[in-house]
Design a protein. Structure first.
Length: 638
């Protein structure tokens, strides 16, 4: 079968070879008709041409400057038979008359010189003899302009003569006087020490046995009549006995323990560093700050050094004051324990201990800290304890640390119905926000109580949205913001203050016209503390409590335990009877600007200091300091 296939394919192969041979012949005949075939340059011919060997004949070598002259001729004799070997022919040298031969015959010349050109005449720089000569002139003279009249320097004959810095159109005035200043721009007179106020012989404070300096300083502030708690406790405290005082908030307890303590400290020796002679413990920073502010002018006239130490305040001023020595230390339990652990304060010389708002400290969980502090005090010292009630562990403190105390209770543990008006309003949840704004919008200062910090912020924002300027006071604010908010409420620039029970314990502000309890108190004791912020010092005040319908029964029982007889009434927004009884007013509804609230919380922006630019030699930006100049001078001498 393969033999037959081979025979069948054989004629085809011959046909194909015949066709290819015919095509090659026709191609050769066509090329021969066009002319001789071009010779190609081989690699060997290019290499010989690079080394200076002659190119191929019949063609100038300048047409292929980058290649050699060795060529491979194809066509006849180009390939040696069936072995396919090349035959190379070396071309002879260049033809005469070629560009290479012509360049070799040119004479050498120096660069840029052409002797076939005529020489140029020499000339000096910037001179052109073909131009007419210019007339000579001196600098800045132009004869074509008219001559100017001669004048001396800085003289203008068109101006009238006048003496230096004199203006005849102004009237003369005495030196260093400014008659154009008005009275409003005149500098205020220098402050002088106030003259002593005469103390009457029948002054009640003097009759209690207090020093004349204290009585005179209080008379300067208009304090001439003591409160009942002060009249009862000051004589026993001056005698050195332990005192247990029970009274309402705002009954004058600060002076009741402060005046006899300052009297005892002024009569004794000065305190040594880190060893105070008297200690006042309070539950909150605000209450500690108010005690410090109330006793500061009295301590100054008595020559007693005092210091406030509380959490949220910088350590360094407190440590520095303790290192110098203070007679009276006002502190909160947490910060005092911290300083005791650091060794910054010692209580071995403490003669007087005062616990203010002892029931509130027990309520806040400070009993372990208080007992640890009392254990460090020396035996035989005086103990003064003031509290609204004697529950929640306060009676245990009295039994353990007070020695035969004298008890003085001026007010029962009930709210005063003679100076306060009490109202309990039953409101629906949807109306609570509106009624809160109406009651808070009444004239005078309004103190709003809530239970939580978030609730304080929420109620303050709702009041500001209704057009009432209000701010929150709680433990979440930093100390600077708390001081600014409380200061604005004191001076009257902030009419409404929203506070929690913890923060409100330290608020001592007069002229609070209404206490609004948005969240009902937890018990009758909290009701007493809240209501005690108004009707202080015999003034009148109003206490308004908002309760939801399901809180009616519990609220009636709570006010009954507090000694208040009041009936809960239904209230709706705009109710004339409710607004007339509580003094409520409809707010404007224009929201308070956020910038005003931010300025209240953050304070006025401080102006940025400009960089120092001294006018004296060696002073200013980049100039070395005095110590650096002295160091360089000493180094140059040595």
């Amino acid at each position: 079968m393969s033999k037959h296939l081979g025979r069948a394919n054989a004629p085809v192969k011959s046909v194909n070879s015949a066709k290819s041979s015919n095509s090659e012949k026709s191609a050769r005949s066509a090329k021969s008709a066009k002319g001789p075939k071009k010779a190609r340059w081989t690699t060997a011919a290019k290499a010989e041409a690079r080394h200076g060997r002659p190119g191929r004949p019949g063609r100038p070598s300048t047409q292929r400057p980058a290649t050699g002259a060795t060529k491979v001729h194809r066509g006849q004799g180009g390939v040696d038979g069936a072995f396919g070997r090349r035959r190379e022919d070396v071309a002879p040298g260049p033809v005469s008359g070629s560009p290479v031969e012509q360049r070799a015959e040119r004479p050498a010349r120096v660069g840029y010189e052409r002797p076939d050109r005529p020489a140029r005449p020499a000339r000096t720089e910037y001179q052109r003899p073909d131009r007419p000569a210019r007339p000579a002139r001196t600098e800045y003279q132009r004869p074509d302009r008219p001559a100017r009249p001669a004048r001396t320097e800085y003289q203008r004959p068109s101006r009238p003569d006048r003496a230096d810095h004199q203006r005849p159109e102004r009237s003369p005035r005495p030196e260093h006087q400014r008659p154009e200043r008005s009275e409003s721009t005149e500098r205020p007179a220098r402050r002088t020490a106030p003259a002593p106020v005469p103390v009457r012989e029948d002054n009640p404070f003097a009759a209690l046995g207090l020093p004349h300096a204290l009585v005179e300083r209080m008379a300067r502030d208009g304090i001439v009549t003591p409160f009942p708690i002060q009249t009862a406790t000051i004589p026993d405290a001056l005698a050195g006995r332990d005192v247990l005082g029970r009274g309402q908030t705002g009954s004058g307890k600060t002076f009741a323990f402060g005046l006899p303590t300052l009297t005892r400290l002024a009569a004794g020796k000065r305190a040594t560093p880190r060893r105070p002679r008297a200690l006042v413990l309070t539950p909150t920073r605000e209450l500690a700050m108010q005690i410090s502010d109330a006793l500061e002018p009295l301590a100054h006239v008595m020559g007693v050094r005092h210091k406030l130490v509380a959490g949220g305040m910088p350590y360094q001023p407190q440590l520095s004051a303790l290192d110098r020595g203070v007679e009276l230390l006002i502190a909160t339990p947490g910060r005092l324990n911290d300083l005791l652990e650091r060794g910054a304060v010692e209580l071995r010389d403490t003669e007087v201990l005062i616990l203010d708002e002892a029931d509130h400290m027990a309520e806040m969980g400070f009993m372990p800290e208080i007992t640890s502090i009392l254990d460090l005090l020396p035996e035989g010292g005086q103990r003064l304890l003031f509290s609204a009630t004697l529950d929640r562990g306060v009676d245990e403190l009295v039994a353990r640390y007070l020695d035969d105390p004298v008890t003085h209770s001026t007010d029962a543990a009930t709210a005063s119905v003679t100076t306060m008006e009490h109202h309990v309003l039953l409101v629906d949840p949807m109306h609570k926000k509106v009624i809160t704004g109406e009651v808070a919008n009444r004239s005078g200062r309004t103190l709003v109580f809530v239970r939580t910090k978030l609730g304080a912020d929420r109620v303050a924002i709702q009041l500001r949205d209704q057009g009432i300027l209000a701010a929150a006071l709680h433990g979440g604010l930093n100390q600077g913001a708390r001081n600014r908010v409380l200061g604005a409420f004191r001076d009257g620039s902030l009419p409404v203050l929203v506070a929690t029970d913890v923060a409100a314990r330290g608020i001592h502000v007069d002229d609070v016209s209404v206490v609004l309890q948005v969240d009902p108190p937890a018990d009758s004791k909290d009701y007493l503390h809240r209501s005690g912020r108004t009707a202080r010092a015999g003034e009148r005040g109003t206490v308004v409590t908002l309760a939801l319908p399901h809180q009616k029964r519990g609220m009636e029982r709570l006010v009954r335990d507090a000694g208040v007889e009041v009936t809960a009434v239904r209230a709706t927004p705009g109710d004339e009877a409710t607004m007339r009884s509580t003094g409520a007013r409809t707010p404007s509804g224009v929201p308070v600007a956020e910038q005003q609230v931010r300025r209240l919380l953050e304070g006025e922006p401080k102006p940025r200091r400009a960089p120092r630019t001294g006018t004296r030699p060696g002073v200013g930006a980049g100039a070395p300091s005095g110590s650096a100049r002295r160091y360089r001078a000493e180094r140059s001498r040595g």
